[in-house]
Design a protein around this ligand. Structure first.
Ligand SMILES: Nc1ncnc2c1ncn2[C@@H]1O[C@H](COP(=O)(O)OP(=O)(O)O)[C@@H](O)[C@H]1O
Ligand SMILES: [Mg+2]
Length: 239
């Protein structure tokens, strides 16, 4: 129960009347790796933003462990969110990018140094701390972004299409890197993608979204062998 993430009847309607999320219900036990799979515009990013606290649902509740965090500010939730473009700070070197969240938390210099070092080791970036962001390859940038996301010891990590800006060969390798690093941590992760190969590789549990709704939830085998709708069957054969 401790640190389970629970979403209860989450709805989100945008002011222009477009419905982004409709009656989202989900329970994630701590340590689950979930993939959210769905076509562009299905509401995946909106759902992540709501979990992160960057957006408020119009109705419904979000619980984390025993706490109702529906109206809790993003930094109080202590969840990590990694974006598609990595959103690294271009004017800071690798060390300062990774240290950023720790400084914001008011951690002491010595603590920051130790934690950044730990993150550099975890992500295979030893000796990269003084590099500038423009001196890094796509794969190295991704690992810096992951290190920065993980440094403040988030209770939950969310990755929004973290590979879609990269070419196909790199994507395959980095997917393996990412899942390998994340699998060593006992942390709940949510991986968002429109690509079912990525979704299957990144998550033990999956939800498929379409038009703001969860179409089906299950394991890879359940989705592939027993899709409940023709839409899902078609989507899995083309996505
Ligand atoms: N701030 C916003 N205002 C109005 N509509 C939005 C806003 N953000 C997203 N939408 C709409 O909500 C739907 C879901 O978007 P999004 O969550 O970004 O989907 P996905 O990440 O699956 O591509 C889309 O139809 C999108 O146009
Ligand atoms: Mg999106």
């Amino acid at each position: 129960m401790e640190s389970d993430l629970v979403l209860e009847q989450i709805d989100r309607v945008f002011t222009d009347g477009s419905l982004a999320l409709k009656n989202i219900n989900l329970r994630l036990p701590r340590g689950t790796s979930l993939s959210i799979l769905g076509p562009s515009g299905s509401g995946k990013t909106t759902l992540l933003r709501i979990i992160a606290g960057l957006e408020t649902p119009d109705s419904g509740k979000i619980l984390f462990g025993k706490n109702d965090i529906t109206h809790c500010s993003p930094h109080k939730r202590n969840f990590g969110l990694m974006f598609q473009d990595f959103a690294l700070f271009p004017h800071m070197n690798v060390f300062n990018n990774i240290a950023f969240g720790l400084k914001m938390k008011g951690m002491k210099r010595s603590g920051i140094k130790a934690r950044v070092k730990e993150m550099l080791t975890l992500t295979g970036l030893e000796n990269f701390e003084s590099r500038q962001i423009h001196e890094l390859s796509g794969g190295e940038r991704q690992r810096v972004a992951l290190a920065r996301t993980l440094a403040p010891s988030p209770g939950l990590v969310m990755l929004d299409e973290p590979l879609s800006a990269l070419d196909r060969v790199l994507r395959k390798r980095l997917l393996a890197d990412l899942t390998h690093i994340l699998s060593r941590l006992n942390i709940t992760t949510i991986f968002v993608t429109h690509d079912h190969t990525e979704a299957f590789a990144a998550g033990n549990l999956l939800i498929v979204m379409n038009q703001g709704k969860i179409v089906q939830q299950g394991t890879r085998n359940q989705l592939v062998n027993a899709p409940e709708t023709q839409w899902l069957k078609d989507f899995l054969s083309v996505s």
